[in-house]
Write a protein that binds this ligand. Structure first.
Ligand SMILES: Nc1nc2c(c(=O)[nH]1)N[C@H]1C(S)=C(S)[C@@H](COP(=O)(O)OP(=O)(O)OC[C@H]3O[C@@H](n4cnc5c(=O)[nH]c(N)nc54)[C@H](O)[C@@H]3O)O[C@H]1N2
Ligand SMILES: Nc1nc2c(c(=O)[nH]1)N[C@H]1C(S)=C(S)[C@@H](COP(=O)(O)OP(=O)(O)OC[C@H]3O[C@@H](n4cnc5c(=O)[nH]c(N)nc54)[C@H](O)[C@@H]3O)O[C@H]1N2
Ligand SMILES: [Mo]
Length: 686
């Protein structure tokens, strides 16, 4: 049996390092790796389920072609698959121009090699692709506007905090490796506040659980600031030296009294006083803002308002203190740090048209013209279940001429394809990965050959480029590695050249902290904002996104406080959080995971249920004018009244695709997806 070190490339905070045991090209065993200080407990259940996933009988092992309109697929050879695609590519380029081809990629795997797709489309002559993001862009942009950069203290530093606020983050499910550090802090006497309309596992040891009306956190934060200022619980020296715009901010929050915030947010006045008391008295304070809360139409401003609490109390740049959202210190190769990554419609090279908002995928695909879209290539994503407005996404896909999906499994998106190309798993090609919580760079090693006729994407692109008649020299020069493992390693070595600490040989042994990473972020008090200070007033926020330069409170567009016809008909907030045993739409097709979560259900407060004649564990319909899903109701006293919750990621065939009810709509900044701006009604299924 051979043992390898590798890293899990899923879109997850933890990005665990693990040891894998392989025999006869089969994965036999997965263990934790002691080299990663952030993930010492080892892989979660999903990580352990790779043994089933890699060898699953449901994996796609050959290129597949749809048979007529039957919806069934037949295996075809690579020769036929690539020639069919190449022929289409030549045709669309000649007849409509290269931008009639739409390249969509999701967050299915991390890796440096993900850039190869874009390189190919440039060689092809261009394409159309997306801007914005499904996941985190409002929070990233709010942080960048305020602090200048997205970085935070090392994961283990939270153990030094004396007050931890998990604000819209459910670490116990989405970042389980953070919990031991939080527990360490609590064992040492720290206090924990959790702010979430749901009572999650993360609040088991909380002193205080605050359940705001969804989307109203900005008002709560401003009222806390109001009290901190009124009670003079500020760090005046810190403000003078490092904060820009304090007096305007102070003037603005004067109007947000605890009473007013309580009316807006439904949080009792006493609780607002209690949080303000703790933030004002205890030091150091770490606020960990999750991603759930920045999926509203007002959420960039919400994030800025929360961040201000740390700025005015001097809780930045110190051990045990600070703002945890995303730590991009290991993003040394890509441009995610760069706000332009989210900025449309940038055409850096004039060929790649960036005209489709990820958040409004279906609608924008349909409306794109000159040229209109004819073909899509989907890779690493499952937009049919994961992007807002499932029905419109389906309509957009079905109105195209030709669809290619690169996938490991026949997902809802793959089922829409004319040709499905079989994708590798993390164990079948070497790559270099980074993370967004800890700062390790890792080698995700190839530990086995791909099964069946599976090929990695880089090889698909290489072979397609050859078929398009592009000379091999140009292909390699344009950043597409050749087809062998040695070619791929040579490609990675070249990328690693600027970083002598990061040789492939060294990475093979275990994870390495990114060069220049800081244990305590911002300890140098350098803020890369226009003023060089922490900005509570941001002119850029106004110039770029049209919001108030101050983090004012604005009601979300779809809200029971907006007097629209919808708010009358659909009185329940529809929360669609992440869950422990899946990463979005991945893993639930495995027996090991399905045993634990066989079917979707909706959590509803018994009082909301009873007033609708709904009994526990019976089938209900969750709906609004955009669509409906039928699933089991589960009574749950822990969810805030007026909210219902279904985890996202269920496939259409499983009956719980939550985005049937969401609207393609952007966040107030950086073109995020405002999934949670969604109201529904629930009734007994007929
Ligand atoms: N196991 C697992 N881990 C994951 C993932 C996964 O799918 N599964 N996904 C990864 C990815 S891509 C992401 S983006 C992260 C997300 O990580 P988290 O941010 O922790 O996850 P979410 O479930 O999106 O949202 C967290 C909480 O926000 C709450 N929330 C919703 N609306 C509001 C609001 O208005 N105010 C407040 N205060 N709270 C609100 C939800 O009830 C939820 O409990 O997790 C990563 N880790
Ligand atoms: N309503 C609602 N919707 C949401 C969210 C929410 O909170 N509420 N959360 C949003 C968030 S935070 C995110 S990040 C997105 C995630 O949305 P997506 O990025 O679409 O992520 P996944 O569901 O993980 O699907 C990724 C697909 O990639 C495939 N894949 C994995 N590895 C590889 C590979 O190496 N090659 C190829 N070709 N494919 C691979 C997997 O099999 C899987 O089908 O969902 C968003 N959708
Ligand atoms: Mo995400």
């Amino acid at each position: 049996m051979k043992v390898y070190t590798t890293g899990c490339p899923r879109n997850c905070y933890s990005t665990c390092t693990m040891k894998v045991y392989v025999e006869n090209n089969r994965l036999k065993r997965i263990e934790s790796h002691p080299g990663n200080q952030a993930t010492r407990e080892g892989p979660c259940l999903k990580g352990l389920s790779y043994i089933e996933r890699v060898h699953s009988p449901h994996r796609i092992l050959d290129p597949l072609r749809k048979i007529g309109w039957s919806g069934e697929f037949e295996p075809i050879s690579w020769d036929v698959a690539l020639e069919t695609i190449a022929e289409r590519l030549r045709h669309y380029r000649a007849a409509f121009g290269p931008q009639s081809v739409f390249y969509y990629n999701g967050s299915g795997t991390k890796g440096l090699l993900n850039i190869v797709g874009t390189a190919f489309w440039k060689l092809y002559g261009g394409c159309t692709t997306t801007f914005g993001d499904l996941c985190w862009s409002a929070g990233l942009e709010a942080t960048r506007l305020t602090l200048g950069e997205n970085k935070h203290n090392a994961p283990w530093d939270i153990a030094k905090a004396k007050l931890i606020v998990l604000w819209g983050k459910n670490a116990a499910e989405t970042n389980i490796h953070q919990m031991p550090f939080i527990n360490e802090a609590l064992d040492g006497g720290a206090k924990l506040i959790v702010i979430d309309p749901r009572r999650t596992e993360s609040s088991e040891r909380a002193q205080l659980l605050i359940q705001p009306r969804p989307g109203s956190d900005g008002a709560v934060a401003l009222a806390i600031a109001h009290l901190l200022i009124r009670n003079d619980k500020l760090d005046g020296e810190f403000i003078d030296a490092h904060v820009h715009g304090f007096s305007e901010f102070a003037e603005m929050v004067e109007g947000m009294t605890p009473e007013r915030a309580s009316q807006i947010s439904d949080v009792p006045v006493g609780y607002i006083h209690e949080i303000a008391g703790l933030i004002g008295e205890v030091k150091p304070v770490t606020i960990n803002a999750g991603f759930g809360m920045q999926r509203y139409t007002n959420s960039g401003q919400t994030m800025r308002a929360i961040l201000a609490l740390l700025a005015i109390t001097g809780n930045i740049g110190k051990p045990g203190a600070g703002w945890i959202f995303a730590n991009l210190q290991s993003h040394i190769f890509d441009k995610v740090k760069d706000p332009i990554a989210f900025y449309p419609p940038k055409e850096p090279d004039g060929v790649v048209r960036v005209s489709v908002s990820t958040a409004k995928l279906g609608r924008d695909m349909i409306e794109t013209d000159d040229p209109p879209l004819k073909m899509v290539w989907v890779e690493r994503g499952n937009p049919v279940t994961q992007n807002p407005e499932t029905d419109t996404v389906l309509e957009a896909f079905r109105s195209l001429d030709f669809r290619v999906v690169v996938e490991q499994f026949l997902t809802d998106t793959a089922r829409e394809a004319d040709i499905v190309l079989p994708a590798k798993t993390m164990f079948e090609q070497t790559d270099v990965i980074n993370a967004y919580w800890h700062t390790y760079i890792q080698l995700k090693q190839k530990v086995m050959d791909p099964p069946g006729n599976v090929k990695p994407e880089s090889e698909m692109y290489f072979r397609l480029a050859q078929r398009l008649g592009i000379p091999e020299k140009d292909i390699i020069e344009e950043c597409i590695p050749g087809p062998t493992d040695a070619d791929v390693e040579a490609f990675l070595k070249k990328k690693l050249e600027p970083f002598p600490e990061l040789s492939i040989e060294r990475l093979r042994e275990g994870p390495v902290l990114a060069p220049g990473q800081e244990e305590v972020a911002f300890s140098d008090m350098v803020f890369q904002t226009p003023s060089g200070k922490i900005e509570l007033v941001s002119q850029q926020a106004k110039d770029w996104w049209g919001v108030d330069p101050l983090p004012t409170y604005v009601e979300p567009e779809e809200s029971i406080r907006q007097k629209t016809p919808e708010s009358g008909k659909y009185p329940l907030y529809f929360l669609t959080p992440n869950t422990k045993d899946r990463i979005h739409s991945q893993f639930n097709n495995l027996d090991m995971i399905r045993d634990l979560s066989p079917a979707p259900f909706v959590e509803i407060h018994p009082e909301d249920a009873r007033s609708r004649g709904i009994t526990d564990r019976t089938m209900v319909r969750v709906f609004n004018e955009r669509g409906s899903i039928e699933l089991e109701a589960r009574y749950d006293y822990s969810i805030k009244r007026g909210c219902v919750s279904v985890t996202n990621g269920w496939w259409i065939s499983e009956g719980g695709t939550v985005n049937i009810c969401s609207l393609g709509r952007e966040t107030d900044m950086a073109h995020g997806a405002a999934f949670h701006d969604a109201l529904v009604e629930v009734e007994r299924a007929r």
